[in-house]
Ligand binder design. Structure first.
Ligand SMILES: [Fe+2]
Length: 393
């Protein structure tokens, strides 16, 4: 398989990242030092009720108490969070005069913490800031601690919230929303149940694949994404099967982070576009809906960049020796299907209780995210969208 020795030079590339990423076992205990480095003495933990009962919040509170830092807790984050939760949390942050915001949890908690830290210094409501670079001054400093290995939200610019008025996910994207510090402690991900491990791990794989093949990709995104793809293919089966395997968890947390850095630079594509509607209409997790659509969109997309899809197959451990480029690219779709089978995610919409009669609803929902078709390696018409969903039944 030939590898390009040079990157495209006629493009200007941007790379966004936190100031500091700490990766390692038990690094959550360093959170107090990080708050102090950011000049804080009073901090708020933004999280969900599940992490309070699981004891994770106590772990962070204890580390902060040891460093003599005052702590407040906002634990009202819910999955696929509605926008008003950001505004509610920001109000508590402002009124409590907190100096540093700590996000602890999955993508929802991390997004709400980023949004609240920004809204603590801006007037109005989070939905007033939908779009790109809409904030005009820094928010409060943020420390993000993921407890799943998937979203990469700990390193990205985006805050994704549900707008209850039209049931559409809205994105606020600002380089000012990138956290100052991300703490990646694999010990916090050991108790993730197998289905959550599978769903979030597949979300990370979708980030890596979409940013790798995006027409807006950058050298930074390509380098990080292909390694994330390799790590996920080799570690997700074990993390799923044996959740206490720290090596598998460490590598999944690292790869989700690399994939987050990659899509923060290279963008996403049609998998995310076509799965948002499944998430909101059928209350399915973001990762699972992405996982279901991934092989179908890849099958459609592969003609748009045969070489890269061939390299994805190779990175996922497929033997591509002696194959034509067409055959090797096809293997990438097979590799993803094998991985989905291994982590027991059926990739047929009909297996998830979605009826064929719902096709017009899916197509309409998919078309609402057409902004994500722009970076996709193959152009999509409404007819193409319908065909992809049809093949996914
Ligand atoms: Fe995602």
């Amino acid at each position: 398989m030939d590898h390009a020795a040079f990157y495209e030079i006629n493009k200007v590339s941007h790379f966004f990242s936190p100031k500091k990423i700490i990766l390692g076992k038990d690094t959550v205990k360093k959170v107090g030092d990080e708050v102090k480095t950011l000049g804080g003495s009073k901090t708020i933990i933004v999280t969900d009720p599940g992490l309070v009962s699981a004891g994770f919040v106590k772990l962070v509170v204890d580390a902060l108490n040891e460093a003599h830092i005052e702590v407040g807790i906002f634990d009202k984050v819910e999955p696929e969070p509605p926008a008003h939760i950001v505004d509610e949390c920001a109000k508590m942050v402002r009124e409590g005069r907190y100096g540093v915001v700590i996000g602890l949890g999955g993508g929802s908690s991390l997004d709400i913490s980023k949004g609240s830290a920004m809204m603590a210094t801006h007037p109005g409501a989070i939905l007033d800031y939908v779009g790109t670079e809409t904030f005009h001054k820094p928010g409060l400093p943020k420390i993000l601690i993921p407890t799943t290995a998937g979203t990469g939200s700990e390193v990205t610019r985006s805050v994704v919230v549900a707008d209850e008025r039209d049931n559409i996910k809205k994105v606020v994207s600002s380089s000012l929303a990138i956290p100052e510090v991300a703490i990646l402690d694999p010990m916090l991900t050991l108790s993730m149940p197998p289905d959550v491990t599978a769903n979030t791990g597949m979300d990370a794989l979708v980030h890596a694949i979409e940013s790798y093949v995006s027409v807006n990709t950058t050298p930074f995104a390509e380098i990080l994404a292909i390694e994330a793809i390799r790590l996920i293919a080799h570690n997700l089966p074990l993390a799923y099967s044996k959740g206490t395997d720290v090596t598998a968890r460490y590598n999944m947390l690292l790869s989700a982070n690399l994939a987050g850095l990659a899509f923060g630079s290279g963008g996403l594509g049609a998998v995310h576009a076509l799965s948002y509607v499944i998430g909101s209409e059928y209350h399915m997790s973001h990762g699972r809906s992405n996982a279901i659509m991934l092989p179908h969109v890849m099958d459609f997309n592969r003609s748009g960049n045969l070489q890269k899809f061939a390299r994805i197959a190779e990175a996922m451990g497929e033997n591509v020796e002696g194959l034509s480029m067409y055959e090797a690219a096809e293997k990438s779709v097979e590799a993803v299907k094998k991985l989905l089978n291994m982590v027991q995610i059926p990739f047929r919409l009909s297996h998830h209780g979605i009826a064929r009669d719902d096709l017009p609803r899916l197509v309409a929902g998919g078309m609402k995210q057409a902004r994500l078709f722009v970076p996709n390696p193959r152009d999509l018409t409404e007819e193409d969208v319908r065909t992809i969903y049809e093949k996914a039944f």
